[in-house]
Write a protein that binds this ligand. Structure first.
Ligand code: UDP
Ligand code: MG
Length: 315
């Protein structure tokens, strides 16, 4: 059995919530079933700028149960930042994060704790492909993990979710990471420590709709790829060299045709095509450069990555 570092709290549960009023009660009851009367636990609900009754519901549970806490962010900062706020404020020896919509079954928590007690510092979960997940979600997730593997240096298991247990030592490392483009899955993999995984079958969302719009998903994917590697920049350099090489050879060919034959005026098609092609490649490369320069600019400001409006209980 692992020793207690902070007297009192052994297990923290962190739940980012964005307009999840339909799920809070069910999730709280499921967590209650798992935790029973174990009082060395805290359940931190991070309200990511919800406009529904999420906060009010959590406050109601917090009045009845001392283990429940609410952190309300001042606006919608996004899932990764809500999760980070919860991790930053947790004090348990191990911290379990899960989504509010019950797609991450709380019944898996005892197995995670068992692995932690065996000495693992990170117990992450890997989604078994489930028929309950929408086809679009499965497709985009597969494409993302394929691209991330090709383009970035950090190895995240395909299907890994933000449903995991972290030992205090790992949470302390994550607390040090104050990045404006957060990709916690990548940070956990980067941090190292002794890691193991458990498989689970995701359930259907209990209530409400997904809070990950396509725009949010694209931003998340871009953060995943560009936060951990400059490989896209290196690839654009290689591509640039190849294209420039081809253009140079073609240029020599054109000069030879002009000098040694009388067919020089022929072919505006090839001229237009090559100008458009090279122009297109340049724009892509400029875009990639812009992406990284933009990120450097934002990171340089060192703004807080989330803002807390209120906490319950206040401390
Ligand atoms: N979430 C959040 N802020 C956001 C979007 C989502 O805190 O801007 C929370 C959401 O309430 C849920 C979790 O992140 O607890 C995962 O979101 P969702 O279930 O909508 O994502 P999906 O399962 O569809 O990928
Ligand atoms: Mg979900």
């Amino acid at each position: 059995m692992r020793s207690t570092m902070v007297p009192g709290i052994r297990i923290s549960v962190v739940v980012p919530c964005y307009n999840e009023e339909g799920n809070i009660s069910e999730l709280y009851h499921k967590l209650n079933e798992v935790l029973g009367s174990f009082n060395q636990a805290e359940i931190i609900f991070v309200d990511d700028g919800s406009t529904d009754c999420t906060s009010a519901l959590v406050e109601k549970f917090a009045h009845e149960d001392k283990r429940v806490q609410l952190i309300s962010l001042s606006r919608n900062f996004g899932h990764q930042f809500a999760l980070k706020a919860g991790l930053d404020h947790s004090i348990g020896d191990c911290v379990i994060s899960l989504d509010a919509d019950l797609q991450h079954p709380p019944s898996l928590i005892p197995d995670m704790i068992k692995k932690w007690n065996e000495g693992y510092d990170v117990v992450y979960t890997v989604r078994r492909d489930s028929r309950k997940l929408p086809f679009f979600k499965k497709l985009t997730s597969r494409c993302f993990y394929f691209l991330a593997k090709m383009l970035s240096s950090v190895d995240v298991h395909p299907g890994a979710a933000d449903f995991r247990l972290l030992d205090r030592s790992v949470v302390d490392v994550l607390k040090e990471c104050r990045e404006s483009y957060l990709y916690i899955r990548g940070l956990v993999s980067w941090a190292g420590f002794r890691q193991t995984s458990i498989e689970y079958t995701p359930d259907k969302r209990f209530a409400g709709k997904t809070k990950y719009s396509t725009g949010k998903m694209i931003r998340f994917a871009m953060a995943g790829i560009t936060s951990f590697s400059i490989r896209p920049l290196q690839l654009s350099l290689i591509l640039g060299i190849i294209i420039a090489g081809i253009a140079f050879i073609y240029g020599l060919y054109v000069v030879c045709i002009y000098t040694f034959t009388s067919k020089a005026v022929a072919g505006w098609t090839s001229t237009t095509a090559s100008v458009l092609f090279i122009g297109g490649i340049q724009l892509i490369i400029l875009g990639i450069l812009g992406e990284y320069i933009g990120k450097t600019y934002i990171e340089n400001k060192r703004r807080p990555t989330y803002v807390i409006r209120k906490k319950h209980p206040h401390n």
